[in-house]
Design a protein around this ligand. Structure first.
Ligand code: ATP
Ligand code: MG
Ligand code: FE
Length: 335
């Protein structure tokens, strides 16, 4: 079974060919980061224009590298939502055009289901599984009791983890996207040097990062006013520790409560070295639950993950018609 995956929900134009749901034959990603950098974030209109320019080239490259033609493809999986509507439309329309021209079944994929199923490219999923999703727009704990069915047991009430990373980075005058820069700085700093809050939100599995973000920004401004300097690496390390403490503790508690077989780390912030290390350490002592952490290239946006999720949905009978449209508010629980 060969699936062509297509992803254009934000600022990466991507296509990939996945064999039997688990083998990556090609995984092409055209990133637009350089074009958005000078604006300090993704500019939707610019993103759409880049997708239009890149999509045909990226599709051709994915087929060429996999050494297949459209005649070999069993289904086309495309990100249907959530994301920027103008960006989603480019991928969805490209997928529909190719599906129509070559009579290939079409499968719409939820972007976060893609991030979660990136893990199936590493290891076969053992259900029930729990996923910690930490990305630019999402922070949630998702229970997957059977293939393709998702239940959100907790989510952020304000900022996503990646969003907090990017905003803190901006205050420290680091380039966009700031997550990897904070991560690198944090390795050199003292995580106990700056006292910062942790939002536990009692027994819920929800998260909140906006208070932490404000605390970091206030710490920087107050120090500036007093003419003091705080080492950026100490601030980065303290901020990162606060984020990691909450993510790890809630993930461990949910693992125990739901008795899951696997925990799947997912989303762009899953590339964070500190988080990967802390989770690995916490799960050393947990018997009967396997922690899976994808390689860095499968954490940030890519189409291999969309192909992987698409394969699961396709096998479970999902088919999307020609009426499919980009859906920026797509809900993972109703797909
Ligand atoms: P979503 O998946 O929620 O729709 P998105 O697709 O824009 O949002 P991703 O591409 O999954 O987000 O992840 C991008 C985010 O990951 C950015 O906020 C970026 O700063 C963050 N990120 C990437 N690498 C790291 C890292 N090493 N440490 C922390 N954050 C990181
Ligand atoms: Mg991106
Ligand atoms: Fe993403």
């Amino acid at each position: 079974q060969l699936i062509l995956g297509i992803e254009t929900s934000c600022d990466e134009t991507a296509a990939a060919v996945i064999k039997n749901g688990t083998d990556i034959l090609s995984n092409i990603v055209a990133s637009q980061i350089e074009s958005h950098k000078r604006f300090g974030g993704v500019v939707p209109e610019i993103a759409s224009r880049h997708h239009v320019e890149q999509i045909t080239l990226v599709l051709e490259e994915a087929l060429r590298e996999a050494d297949v033609t459209y005649a070999d493809i069993d289904a086309i999986a495309v990100t249907e939502g959530p994301g920027l509507v103008g960006a989603l439309l480019i991928g969805v329309n490209a997928a529909k055009a190719v599906a129509f021209a070559h009579s290939i079944p079409l499968v719409g994929v939820h972007h976060i289901a893609g991030h979660i199923y990136a893990n199936r490219l590493i290891k076969e999923i053992q259900y029930p599984a729990l996923s910690l999703v930490v990305s630019g727009g999402h922070t949630e704990l998702v229970l997957i009791e059977r293939p393709g069915h998702f239940k959100v047991i907790g989510e952020t009430r304000d900022d996503a983890a990646g969003e907090a990373y990017d905003k803190v980075a901006r205050t420290l005058h680091l380039p966009y996207p700031g997550g990897p820069h904070i991560d690198r700085l944090a390795q050199e700093g003292d995580p106990t040097s700056v006292p910062l809050p942790r939002a536990w939100l009692e027994d819920s599995y929800d998260f909140s990062f906006s208070g932490l973000k404000s605390a970091v920004i206030n710490t920087i401004h107050n120090a500036e006013q007093r003419g003091e300097t705080i080492k950026p690496e100490d601030l980065a390390a303290s901020f990162q520790q606060s984020v990691i403490d909450v993510l790890v503790k809630k993930t461990v508690r949910a693992t125990q409560e739901y008795g899951v077989n696997q925990v799947l780390l997912a989303g762009g912030v899953a590339a964070n070295k500190g988080l990967r290390k802390a989770l690995a350490k916490a799960f050393e002592d947990i018997a009967n639950t396997e922690l899976i952490i994808p390689p860095l290239s499968l954490c940030t946006d890519n189409a291999a993950m969309i192909g992987a999720a698409g394969s699961v949905l396709f096998e479970n009978g999902k088919r999307s018609g020609m009426a499919m449209n980009g859906n920026p508010g797509l809900d993972i629980e109703t797909i």
